[in-house]
Write a protein that binds this ligand. Structure first.
Ligand code: ATP
Ligand code: MG
Length: 717
């Protein structure tokens, strides 16, 4: 084994970065320029050439998966597996540290990690214990508040409430939360980082030990570190250790969660004599894809600025597809996937990326229908998501009152004052009588077998379920689902959650309404609700491909960071969806959306597809969005619009199963038509029957219009 194995597969600046003898090295470079590769080779270099002990190396990656990959690549290069290295995420490393020093960190020996659902439950309990109103002190907002302060390194005692009454209460709650966690030996994600930082500050002997040990620190995706992570690193590195960080200011996409691009600037200031190395050659993407990425990101002001070029060929132009709705968009994507498979690509070499989680449903359905295995990376499938499970549980309970699992799930969700003790009494009764929880409630009510308060609450809950049942029998599936969302208060409940997550949940709930609206049972089950619930249960079942099956990868743009795929589909490139509507209202957010777009485009190696829908059910409404401004920022020479039919070999009409199909206008959705005044256009929508039928057409020149079918004299072309 000699040095050439490590340096030969690198270009000049990469070699310089790998073998640099400076104490602090900052590699600042664009996507796909080999930053992660430099880190891996630098570790190998340290081990092989500098003969440092693996135990003196700590490498920080962005995900656990990336950590695993990094270890694998190092072993491959060295042909041995080095022992004693610490490679992991900030959270993982902090956890490891705290486990070894629980006493010094003021923790209990078997402290538990509180995941964010547990945290929410805890916060909720505290709000109640303080007799506060959840509509004013929303649990989600408090959770967001606590985590935000922790990410900035502030405990409750550090927060200045400026004598503001609301803020004072929040600080009080934060303090109560800290105490409750300490009492029960629980540690949330932010706490891991904060404690680990405090361990450095409070226990110099321990810090000293680790400073002596970890003489080489290496950090990937440095642009997305937050304040506390940076502070932790800074202290560990001290004045004597070696630290190499790699990052790209253009790929900073976690500002909304406290990440600080400024840390890049800070780094050169804090670590004297930093060697700054820029990598400019991209090895991942074709010329076209790179041009597009460079042009889009050029629209952001205040960049550190860098050139990125490739000597790869131009490659195929980026394909842009305008679906007439989201189903059509999904069909296009799936058709292209099948095409590439027939062209000898694996499914796992293709990835579908999207801005919002809720977009996955339509794509998932189309993949299922076509029998294509898929995996959702770093997220849950639609029907597995908490908020969706909640509504589905209400529907199930309304349909069959004896469904105990559904009962358990929603008896106190949203909270309605039915505590654990009451639920325990109900369970016990059900066990004794050998009946369902619902029947047990009926028995308890009849005998007044609960406290007065519990009786009222349980009675209220049962009445609610009966109302939902009645609505399900009386209304269409969609209207019934809407009724349940409102009556159960789930929409408001999840809507109160703050931040990106709350928005995602509401989007998902609205998406469920879309699902019910578009639902067409393919069995002859007489109850559409029953058929829908069965479908949802099956979808939530085991269709997700396991780790060993070849499967298409689906993920949000945020989860795609650092990854690469031969073929990438970027779905939903339309205004309001991407850039997300919210980003237009907050300063600085549009730039972050653009960086997210840059991340998305640069995941693609040889083929990139962009697609959008001219009309889309979103937030429960039909929306007509124009193509994303980011697409318009791509030079025309890199883009090729693919038209309907040109790429779909199956006849469209046979594939369309839209709720408003089957009208007697003689026209079909997606069909091209001619109008004597407006010219040619595409049928987007058909409503009503016979002489009342109205047709929406998106005219090539005049845009979208509603026309009365009887007078429009549309001709198919
Ligand atoms: P990102 O910003 O997306 O995280 P990155 O800068 O970390 O990207 P890498 O993932 O390290 O880039 O590299 C991108 C691709 O280019 C990888 O497939 C890598 O193996 C390849 N690559 C990097 N440098 C070279 C090189 N000198 N020769 C050949 N291939 C290279
Ligand atoms: Mg990388």
């Amino acid at each position: 084994m000699d040095v050439s194995t490590i340096l030969d597969p690198l270009n000049g600046p990469q070699r310089e970065a790998v073998s640099c003898d400076k104490k602090s090295v900052l590699v600042l470079a664009g996507a796909g320029s080999g930053k992660t590769r430099v880190l891996v080779h630098r570790i190998a270099w340290l081990l092989l050439v500098k003969q440092v002990s693996p135990a003196s190396i700590m490498a920080v990656t962005f995900t656990n998966k990336a950590a695993k990959e990094m270890r694998g690549r190092i072993s491959e290069l060295l042909q041995i597996t080095p022992q004693g290295m610490w490679v992991g995420t900030f959270h993982g490393l902090a956890h490891r540290l705290l486990k070894s020093h629980w006493q010094d960190a003021g923790l209990t020996e078997n402290f538990q990690i509180l995941d964010s659902e547990d945290q929410l439950r805890m916060v909720k309990r505290l709000i109640k214990e303080h007799d506060l109103d959840e509509s004013r002190f929303a649990p989600k907002s408090l959770q967001w508040y606590i985590n935000g302060h922790k990410d900035e390194g502030r405990r409750a005692k550090h927060v200045d409430h400026h004598n503001d009454a609301y803020e004072k209460t929040m600080v009080q709650l934060y303090l109560a939360y800290e105490q409750a966690c300490n009492r029960s030996g629980q540690v949330d994600f932010g706490e891991l980082l904060l404690r680990a930082h405090e361990l450095w500050l409070n226990k110099p002997a321990i810090l000293n030990h680790y400073q002596q040990r970890f003489q080489h620190l290496l950090v990937d995706e440095f642009q997305d570190t937050n304040t506390i992570q940076y502070a932790w690193l800074r202290v560990l590195a001290g004045n004597n250790n070696n630290i190499t960080v790699v990052g790209d200011d253009d790929q900073s996409i976690y500002g909304w969660r406290g990440a600080k691009i400024e840390n890049i600037q800070q780094f050169s200031d804090d670590f004297a004599a930093t060697e700054v190395i820029k990598l400019e050659q991209n090895y991942r993407s074709t010329g076209c894809i790179l041009d597009a990425a460079n042009s889009v990101i050029a629209n952001n002001p205040a960049r550190l600025g860098k050139n990125l070029w490739t000597d790869d060929e131009e490659g195929e132009p980026i394909a842009l597809y305008a679906g007439f709705n989201e189903q059509d968009e999904a069909r296009f994507v799936v058709e292209r996937i099948e095409h590439h498979v027939s062209d000898d690509l694996l499914l796992s070499e293709q990835a579908i990326l999207y801005r919002s989680n809720a977009q996955s449903r339509v794509l998932e359905e189309e993949l299922i229908r076509s029998g294509i295995a898929y995996r959702i990376y770093g997220g849950q499938r639609f029907y597995d998501r908490l908020e969706i499970k909640n509504v589905v549980a209400y529907l199930r309970l309304a349909y069959g009152h004896d469904d105990d699992a559904a009962f358990e799930r929603v008896i106190n969700t949203p909270t309605r004052g039915i505590g654990n003790k009451t639920v325990e009494t109900i369970r016990l009764r059900a066990r004794t009588d050998n009946t369902s929880l619902w029947r047990a409630c009926e028995a308890l009510l009849a005998e007044s077998g609960l406290t007065r308060r519990a009786l009222t609450a349980v009675q209220g809950f049962m009445a609610l379920i009966d109302d939902c049942d009645e609505a399900c029998q009386r209304l269409s599936l969609e209207a019934a689902a809407e009724y349940v969302l409102e009556a159960s208060d789930l929409l408001a409940f999840h809507g109160k959650e703050s931040g990106e997550k709350g928005r995602a949940r509401v989007e998902n709930l609205q998406e469920l309404l879309n699902a019910t609206r578009q639902f067409e049972p393919d069995t002859d089950e007489p109850s559409p609700l029953r058929a829908f619930l069965d479908t949802a249960a099956l979808d939530a079942g085991d269709q997700q491909a396991d780790e060993y099956t070849d499967a298409v990868q689906l993920m949000t743009l945020h989860s795609a960071k650092g990854l690469e795929f031969p073929v990438v589909y970027l779905a939903g490139v339309e205004e309001n969806l991407f850039p997300h509507k919210m980003s237009l209202e907050e300063p600085g957010r549009l730039e972050e959306e653009r960086r997210l777009c840059y991340v998305g485009i640069t995941r693609a190696m040889s083929r990139l597809y962009l697609s959008y829908a001219e009309t889309r059910r979103w937030y429960g409404q039909e929306s007509y969005n124009t193509v994303s401004r980011f697409v318009r920022e791509i030079p025309a020479k890199c883009l090729k619009e693919v038209r309907i039919n040109a790429n779909i070999s199956r006849p469209l009409s046979a594939k369309i199963s839209h709720a408003s199909d089957g009208h007697d206008t003689g026209l079909l959705l997606g069909q091209r038509v001619m109008h004597s005044v407006f010219g040619q256009g595409l049928v987007l929508n058909i409503e009503g029957q016979g002489s009342n039928a109205r047709i929406q057409v998106n005219f090539d020149d005049e845009g979208s219009k509603w026309l009365v079918a009887a007078y429009a004299n549309l001709e198919a072309v």
